[in-house]
Ligand binder design. Structure first.
Ligand SMILES: Cc1cc2nc3c(=O)[nH]c(=O)nc-3n(C[C@H](O)[C@H](O)[C@H](O)COP(=O)(O)OP(=O)(O)OC[C@H]3O[C@@H](n4cnc5c(N)ncnc54)[C@H](O)[C@@H]3O)c2cc1C
Length: 452
């Protein structure tokens, strides 16, 4: 039954854990004249096992789809978002279980007629949308899906999704020639909800979050390995602080092109990926900050290169939408036969940092200890597993998905296909990890920091 005098609109948050520059929040607020609230649905089993590839029928692996640390990082982001909704007089309901049932129950409780959402439209998210739309329809509630997780809006891209080029450079050239990045959308005015509704949502959320699995996840996210160069907290305020430091206080952005292949230390790259992956920061907000830096300080190859990397992110978001189920198939989007065997013993040695290859082992130890890994190290450990050891690349992609606090479906599975030679790398090369170690870790600092 509706408690509100006029319909509220509900925002189903997924990888958009922010109020500003959020298409779903803005549209919901516009349609309900500011009467909006949010919901986030956690999985029924936070330690649900990872699966080879994706989809319900793939065989389960012996580790969770999201590590406790990654879940803890998500909770940090969500709890800050909940406080933001509350500070504006509204509420974020944190629910758990079947998304359709939970969202329908919350929408009915609030008297909402519309639910707005903005996920990256990969295979699972699309299926989830259909299930939620079906659960809402009998109650006369509509699911409105917004298509906005990228820096270049999908509607501004020079390519329709099914015409996305197979090679990144063709995409980049066309975008750089004909597209500009839209300005971030301002946070809408939110109207206060009745106190009883807010209290009810808060109480239900607190009950969900009190589960022991979430306490363990919070603890895992707060433990920082003494060797870790960079402690990362999921909340948006921490992402904004990182921009302040890396752009404005240290000017490290102005040297990014030279430092980006670094392996040791906090500042060789932006380290913005964990906040971008959960959407506590939007790529347009980062692009706007790059443009401001270029106006106020310096515009050089490094500032260009950061935007260039954000375009890679866009490319893989469009890529995973284009290829749907094929993004998770062993044969990849090229339909090539990969070298991959499901050699569980070799995979276990790799993920525990026991391959005997010091550069690879250092990377795998860092990943397990921190949930973070530089791009250079990711390329090397991935190439070694998929091409040198000849193990099914999807095992590696599933392990990264479990461990990385910046896990993002398109960039992860797309980069894995690329490195494994079944995706979009026109060069199809294997990394010589010893030559790479000599070049990028000449004095062995990285190897010694994380090695046995
Ligand atoms: C096997 C493999 C798996 C990966 N899995 C992920 C993943 O799950 N999530 C993820 O965000 N990135 C992934 N990447 C891409 C890249 O390694 C990370 O984005 C980067 O290391 C994050 O650090 P940063 O924020 O300091 O990046 P910066 O170098 O500062 O780059 C700025 C931003 O550009 C984007 N970006 C940079 N490189 C890439 C790239 N190659 N592909 C797509 N986007 C990019 C990221 O959003 C990043 O935050 C993967 C790369 C490989 C080789």
């Amino acid at each position: 039954m509706s408690h509100a005098s006029q319909p509220i609109a509900l925002v189903w948050h997924r990888t958009d854990l922010r109020l500003s520059d959020n298409a779903a929040v803005a549209a919901a607020a516009e349609s309900a004249r500011g009467q909006v609230a949010g919901i986030y649905v956690l999985p029924a089993d936070p330690l649900e096992p990872a699966r080879l590839g994706r989809g319900r029928f793939a065989s389960p692996l012996d580790f969770p789809r999201a590590s406790l640390r990654r879940t803890g990082f998500l909770l940090q982001a969500m709890e800050e978002l909940r406080d933001e909704w509350h500070a504006r007089g509204s509420a974020l309901e944190v629910a758990q279980g079947d998304a359709g049932q939970r969202i329908a129950a919350c929408a009915r409780e609030l008297g909402a007629r519309e639910v707005h959402t903005a996920p990256c439209l990969a295979h699972d998210e699309r299926q989830e949308n259909s299930a939620v739309a079906c659960a809402l329809a009998p109650h006369g509630i509509t699911l409105v899906v917004h298509d906005e997780t990228t820096m270049i809006a999908a509607s501004d891209s020079p390519f329709a999704i099914d015409e996305l080029p197979d090679v990144f450079s063709s995409f980049r050239r066309a975008v750089e020639k004909g597209c500009s990045v839209r300005a971030p959308v301002a946070e809408p005015q939110v109207v206060s909800l009745p106190e009883a509704l807010r209290r009810g949502a808060r109480k239900r959320s607190d009950d969900v979050l009190a589960a022991p699995a979430f306490a363990a996840a919070r603890k895992a996210a707060s433990l920082v390995d003494a060797r870790a160069p960079f402690a990362c907290h999921g909340g948006r305020s921490h992402g904004l602080a990182r921009i302040r430091r890396w752009f404005w206080e240290t000017d490290r952005i102005a040297r990014y092109k030279e430092s980006r292949d670094g392996l040791v230390g906090p500042d060789f790259s932006s380290r913005l990926s964990p906040w971008l992956a959960l959407g506590t920061l939007s790529p347009r907000e980062v692009a706007a900050e790059i443009a401001r830096y270029e106006r106020e300080r310096v515009s050089n190859e490094s500032t260009y290169w950061l935007r260039f990397e954000l375009l890679w992110r866009d490319y893989f978001h469009f890529w995973v939408r284009r290829w749907q189920g094929r993004a998770f198939k062993a044969t990849g989007v090229l339909g090539r036969t990969p070298c991959g065997a499901q050699d569980c013993e070799a995979f276990a040695r790799w993920r525990e940092g026991r391959t005997g290859e010091p550069f690879v082992d250092a990377g795998m130890v860092e990943l397990a200890a921190t949930g973070q890994l530089s791009n250079r190290a990711r390329q090397n450990v991935a190439s070694w597993l998929a091409r040198t050891a000849g193990v099914d690349w999807r095992l590696g992609a599933a392990w990264f998905e479990s461990q990385l606090i910046d896990f993002d479906v398109g960039p992860n599975w797309g980069n894995w296909q690329y490195v494994a030679g079944v995706g979009n790398d026109p060069r199809n090369r294997t990394f010589d990890v010893r030559a790479q170690a000599e070049r990028y870790d000449p004095d062995g600092r990285y190897r010694d920091l994380w090695g046995p």
